[in-house]
Design a binder for this molecule. Structure first.
Ligand code: PDD
Length: 287
């Protein structure tokens, strides 16, 4: 099926949507993005994604696209036009195209940002069978840049991490810096020990996950203990449970780390419960 996508104010068939070869996201990875999930045709945690987008733009001194205030309407229209019940909406803003290659940022008065959105239909996203058996991760050194709190499109290293995991028969990689886990290639990482949920504290070292914020809020509301601090791979292998969170996987149990089973090698009760609560609550508040 040909999708209808959005490019700079226009809704077009995906085959007709075009961006300049001089676009700075293409030449310099000078762009930021958001992924918002759709469940039951509703947008999940939309305000959080919009707020983080605004923050990413500010941190990079990138202009807001003209249609910034219409983003909710644009998301909803794409869900509607493409008949999305479960899936994701990908949004990307780049610093635009100055019609040539130059390291120096173009004058924002002259060169306007490029705004692109498209949908990804994923029937069965909430009832994902993978969540019932959990995923296996490997660990790799975190050699990304130092501003991981900005959601940029520089995703080559995370891609390489996923490929390294795949080569070893695993599903994903956890990134390790100075002996401590920062996060997953495209998700935030957690362990559970003695009933306590442990996840790295927010800083420029990790992306401030929108799903993370919601899950930690639900966990605290359910009287679960949360500790925000770094942990090592050895501590994670010795934990009772492990899991990751993101807009596309929600809460996903991790059952093996670098070949060592976590707990009994099956998804644990805390991850299962948090997944249930997250799905229930976020579907209720979807817009
Ligand atoms: N990734 N950490 C990293 C490095 C990420 O790329 C992501 C999201 C997260 C989780 O953030 P959130 O809960 O807001 O989705 C953490 C998205 C899903 C992606 O790149 O597809």
């Amino acid at each position: 099926m040909t999708r209808t996508v959005y490019v700079n104010g226009e809704y077009l068939p995906e085959t007709e949507a075009k961006v300049s070869i001089f676009d700075r996201s293409f030449l310099m990875a000078d762009g930021v993005y958001e992924v918002t999930s759709v469940l039951g045709g509703k947008l999940i945690d939309f305000e959080g994604h919009l707020a983080r987008l605004e923050r990413s733009l500010n941190e990079l001194e990138m202009e807001k696209p003209e249609a910034f205030d219409d983003l909710l309407e644009i998301h909803r229209k794409l869900v509607d036009l493409n008949g999305i019940d479960e899936g994701m909406i990908y949004l990307q803003v780049s610093r635009g195209s100055a019609g040539d290659r130059d390291f120096v940022f173009p004058d924002p008065e002259v060169v306007k940002p490029t705004l692109v959105l498209f949908t990804q239909s994923k029937p069965g996203l909430a009832d994902n069978p993978v969540a019932k058996k959990g995923i296996k991760v490997i660990s790799i050194e975190d050699i990304r840049w130092g501003r991981r709190d900005i959601k940029t499109v520089q995703l080559l290293y995370p891609s390489m991490g996923k490929m390294a995991a795949k080569k070893e028969g695993c599903d994903d990689a956890w990134l390790v810096e100075d002996g401590q886990v920062t996060e997953g290639t495209s998700n935030n990482a957690y362990i559970v020990k003695g009933g306590k949920i442990i996840t790295r504290n927010l800083s420029t070292d990790i992306l401030h996950g929108i799903t993370r914020a919601a899950v930690l809020r639900f966990a605290r509301e359910a009287q679960m203990e949360v500790e925000e601090r770094a942990f090592t791979i050895a501590e994670a292998q010795d934990a009772d449970e492990a899991f990751v969170t993101s807009a596309s996987t929600f809460v996903m149990p991790v059952v093996e780390i670098d070949g060592a089973k976590v707990g009994d090698g099956k998804p644990g009760p805390v991850a299962k419960r948090l997944r249930e609560i997250y799905l229930e609550e976020s579907i209720k508040s979807g817009i």
